[in-house]
Design a protein around this ligand. Sequence first.
Ligand code: FE2
Length: 388
Amino acid sequence: MDSLGIIKVESVHWYVHDLARTRRFYSELMDFAELGESSPELTARGRQRSVVFNANDVTLICSAPVGEGGRAWRWLQKHPEGVGTINFLVKDVEHTFRLLEARGGTIIDDAVQRFTDERGGTLAFFSITTPFGNTTFRFLQRDGYEALYPGFVQHPQPTGGHNRFGFGKIDHITSNFRTLAPMVLWMKHVLGFEEFWNIQFHTEEEIAKGNQHGTGLKSIVMWDPHSTVKFANNEPSRPRFKNSQINVYVEDQRGEGVQHLALLVRDIVPTVRAMRETTGLDFLGTPQSYYDYLPERLVKSGILRIDEPIDELRDLQILIDGHQEHQYMLQIFMKEKSQLFKDREAGPFFYEIIQRKGDKGFGGGNFKALFESIERAQAAERARQGAH
Ligand SMILES: [Fe+2]
């Protein structure tokens, strides 16, 4: 299938309630730089104020309503804060437009929108609707366009942070659905993406044993093989469909949407240590039993040896997964924004921090390992009590 000509994810556009707390989160805690903001004219016209944050190849545009009626306001009437648009940089935006139109993509703009900056550079883009809720995709082409975005004013010097945690780029974008098939078929037939990976968690046996922890999910990763842009897509699975974390997300978000962005780092141990020590940002906890059984799991999974001392991973609660000798990935999940901000309306989105050392997976083994480590620790506890 002819490629859309995607180069990369150019940026992710957020709708937020409060720019002051958004600034504090990205500039002060995540150490992103702030590149610029919407001009007073654009702010008035769009009835939203927007700020651009950046760390290496991760660019985020955050828009908050000014009065009523703008897109951010409309989004926030329906949903908590969330990802409204994913922007893709493409080689030839007209080509992308024609391909999408021919394949049944639903284009929002009448035609490709064109803008020129002071130096004569051009930026051209158009947007489409998607099968996930109110989130749209936008395809942009830049030819010598050095300004941020049309109607934005670049700060003379970036303000805010300096990316001391070393975020590199977005490794993958994970979204939750009540049913996966429309998204998967759309990504295949309209976008020309291919299936990269899939996994299903069967916890029925555990539930049959009376365990209360088990809930399932089905996950399919679709990718654009040309750019390697990856989308992980989840749906809840039965039994206990309603208790699945995927279903809970869709309820909390009041719709389907982006659940997490995985930020790629080169060295996760110092990154997470610095984040924990200096920011107070909170991560999902990992049971100690996960690390008690880790040596055994490394043998079983075939990873055999890792460079990081297990005690250090235990201390920072970093997870590890892989299938081949000395090839693995390390990951950790931050708490949901609603928990970090102590506000339901901040939404159920969270960031994942990921480092890859040869493994191309998404940490599927960790679901099972976390589950089993809890089970085994409980069994050990029962045996200990029985012995007394
Ligand atoms: Fe992930």
